[in-house]
Design a protein around this ligand. Sequence first.
Ligand code: GLC
Length: 675
Amino acid sequence: MALSLRASALLSLPLITLLAACAGTPPTVASAPAEAPAEVRADAPGERWTPREAEIIAAFPERKATHSLDPAMEARIAQIVAGMTLEQKVGQMTQAEIRSITPDQVRQYYIGSILNGGGAWPGMKKHASLADWTNLADAYARAALATDMAVKVPLIWGTDAVHGHNNVVGATMFPHNIGLGAANDADLVERIGRTTAKQVRATGISWAFAPAVSVVEDQRWGRAYEGYSSDPAVVAKLGGALVRGLQGQLTGDGDVAASVKHFIGDGGTWQGVDQGENRSSPAKLAAVHAAGYYAALDAGSATVMISYNSWAPGGTEPLGKLHGNRALITGVLKQKLNFDGLVVSDWNAIEQVTGCERDHCPQAINAGIDLFMVPDNWKTFIERTVADVREGRVAMARIDDAVTRILRVKFRTGLFDKPVSAGRYTGDATALVDRPLAQEAVRKSAVLLKNDAAALPLAPGKRLLVVGQSANSFPDQAGGWSITWQGDETDNRDYPVGETLLDGLRRVYGAENVTFSADGSAFARDKFDAVVLVLGETPHAEMKGDVRWPTPLAHALQYPQQAALLGKVSGRGVPVVSVLYSGRTVYASDLINRSDAFVAAFLPGTEAGALADLLAARGDLDFKGRLPFAWPKTACPTTGEPAGEALFAPGFGLTYRAPRAIGKLVETAIPAACP
Ligand code: GLC
């Protein structure tokens, strides 16, 4: 973006000075730090918890704060808040979506944050250039600094960079969390976080809505692949690593604010229903579903996003939607876990709180949420919330606490010191790509489930028939949250950087030795030494990926077609190596039985071609991936992790070095509907 000479000269000044200059008043250095204000508690003085709320809060171990507030920063924040009108404060608490707000409206309504939802790009151009991203970020950033506020407050833009900067055509996308859980390598995840932060900063954005620290209990959940594991300790380890990677020292360059999500219990809903009911006891919620938050807050996560799910301990105590639960948000997260950053709601989630609408929810404000993701209805949200304060439904102390937290995150993220346009990585196209790192992650995340006849490794020079459209499909290997929200409405033209498994096999074995026949019709016994069959599932995100009871878990895979494809090549005298792309573990015993080798590759991202090196054991490569979730032995596992019905337990994974036959698996019928 071209800056005018004056502006560029000004930009060299610390922003706070710039702001004063813009306001025409002489820059004032923050006065000697006044006594830092006592943290404004969300619960007004004198409020008490009910006995049940106190019991719930008591179930969560206290987390000692890992840092103290910066008195000078707190004094500056208090000074700014004191000078803000109610409309300006509520504007700060509002997060609008780029498709529904212009830069000038950001200025006019004192908007504190914007986001781009999955599938929203600058100008709604799927192939928006890096300059389109940075120009839009700069336009919004400047608009926020052009308000008539006494002290201008910079905007913060959040984006779902959940496996790399998956919104941007040309950016490297890493394996989804299910694959990283299989790799179970904290150093790798931290390095992915570092790269993701630079990718996000390259577009002028400074906040990533990641990591999800969902402890996934049921593979029917459409977001199972956003979870690292069913083991809370693994989730905590990797979630903390991603926060450290994303935030670094949170100095503003190459670092972004993280948003650990979704608090709390998103991965434990009954039958895996997305946004459904978590029936854990308080003790289980604390021991299992809170694990990732302790680690992420210890790693300094600047923000926390609240979950859509409801909570009904034992299924008999309906405590309602999380977005209205003050005991958990304020009592547990803010007080017991000593979280001093900002709490953000999920997309229109406040409308699910009893008595609320998508643009009005005093209950959620009083529960302790600070920033409201009201993508479209931001104007009436501001109007109705201002009225809530004026009419006493929300205390000004709660508003001031929320704004204080928002400003604290903006200071910590470097936004007051440096406008986005001056960031070291802003507009740097090289920051969007890190193929070696993604290839390493792909190779570490694949799990070998079967290799009874040592069909693998496939020696160089083998003549291969590659079957299955997923072998040559970036959308299938990337999964949901890739270019678009659902990972749909895209094709290979939207992935200029990366490698499909077909590309990788051609690279490793030579194009002359690799024949691609998506439907398997080219099969001929004497022409090929092995078949590589790539099975996949339709990319999906959130509720669209749910396998709702009584649908069999196998049907996540477009099962009939996949089984038919395998039937064309299996048992015909040529070894079949099956590679499965899936966002979950899934019943596949008959597919495994009809394969000589079977690899669970989960959702490898843009560098699926790296699997070819593993299939060839190039450079003595071996499988390192171990199942992050149990692998079901029936198509109708009862709800919850099918551990008791597991074909393979979490942690299972074969290697070349320690071959082990799994033999013929017991196949169960796949009913049209589970009984
Ligand atoms: C979605 C998701 C959340 C995401 C947010 C913004 O509904 O639940 O993970 O960060 O909206 O896209």
